[in-house]
Design a protein around this ligand. Structure first.
Ligand code: GTP
Ligand code: MG
Length: 270
């Protein structure tokens, strides 16, 4: 058996980020980070839930899955590229958990001095002792009834980022608002020098203007043409693996290079 430590080196440690926060910040519903993670980790229809939550009770926030953090550990998965190369992933979702009684973000372990999400989500060193893998919202509070997998070594060092951009029109969230927040996130991610892929989520319900705006955003000169865009739908399981495999291949160029195909092309191929 490999030790836990040497084991870690074979993984691509990926952090999924995107507009997060209270309803005031993100609009009526979230941008699709959790659904993207769910579909990537557990792609079977039976294991896919379109319904994840970030509004929690204090006891769920301090339970071992959330563990007083603003990120989730989604576990590990292996995917095989078209060239037959196995890629091993370990996945984190960076979100913001909201207290269901005050409707404010939980203060967590930061003693009230929490950094804003757009900065915090660019963290490359995360630690959380005995944190359990997240599976689904029903697991919270009854963790023992589900598989209990601990974040190995209680820490993770991020190799690359998937930044989510929701291309569906959502009540109480303007396109401009999302562009501003994602630009701020991308600027912080760029400082880490780690590869970034933008995953457009909910392409099954896309508004064309949103798609064009994403292309304009990643074409800004500060991103140096380094950020590919993948059009995904977690609900329809389209291009989800492609987004993560593209990122892994940017992290390790020896792992081949997938061709990025559009949502329309990927749907036709099914
Ligand atoms: P927070 O963690 O609360 O910030 O949200 P999130 O970014 O994790 O979003 P989540 O994955 O919870 O999805 C928010 C809403 O978007 C849910 O109602 C999902 O069902 C819906 N949604 C997610 N993915 C898709 C998709 O591929 N297509 C469509 N049409 N809706 C989606
Ligand atoms: Mg979420």
């Amino acid at each position: 058996m490999l030790s836990r430590k040497s084991d870690s080196s074979k993984f691509f440690h990926i952090s999924v980020v995107g507009l997060s926060g209270t309803e005031k910040e993100k609009g009526a519903v979230g941008v699709g980070k959790s659904c993207l993670c769910n579909r990537f980790m557990r792609s079977d229809a039976d294991d896919y839930s379109p319904d994840h939550i970030s509004v929690l009770s204090q006891s769920d926030f301090s339970g071992r899955v959330v563990n007083n953090d603003h990120f989730l550990y989604w576990g590990e998965v292996t995917k095989t590229t078209d060239e037959g190369i196995d890629l091993h992933f370990q996945l984190i979702e960076q979100t913001e958990f909201i207290d269901d009684s005050s409707f404010q973000a939980f203060k967590g372990m930061f003693c009230g001095k929490m950094e804003p999400y757009v900065k915090r989500c660019a963290a490359t060193k995360l630690s959380s002792a005995e944190k359990l893998m997240y599976i689904c919202k029903n697991q919270l509070g009854i963790e023992k009834e589900y598989e209990q997998k601990v974040l190995p070594d209680g820490k993770v060092s991020i190799d690359g980022f998937i930044c989510v951009f929701d291309v569906s029109a959502i009540p109480n969230r303007t396109l401009e608002k999302q562009v501003d927040v994602i630009a701020a996130i991308l600027n912080n991610l760029m400082k880490t020098k780690k590869p970034i892929v933008v995953a457009c989520t909910k392409y099954d319900d896309a508004d064309e203007a949103y798609g064009r705006e994403v292309e304009r955003l990643v074409a800004r000169k500060e991103y140096k043409g380094m950020i590919p865009v993948v059009e995904t739908s977690a609900h329809d399981n389209i291009n989800v693996d492609l987004a993560f495999i593209t990122l892994a291949q940017m992290i390790d160029r020896n792992k081949g290079r997938a061709k990025i195909i559009s949502y329309a092309e990927a749907s036709r191929m099914r």
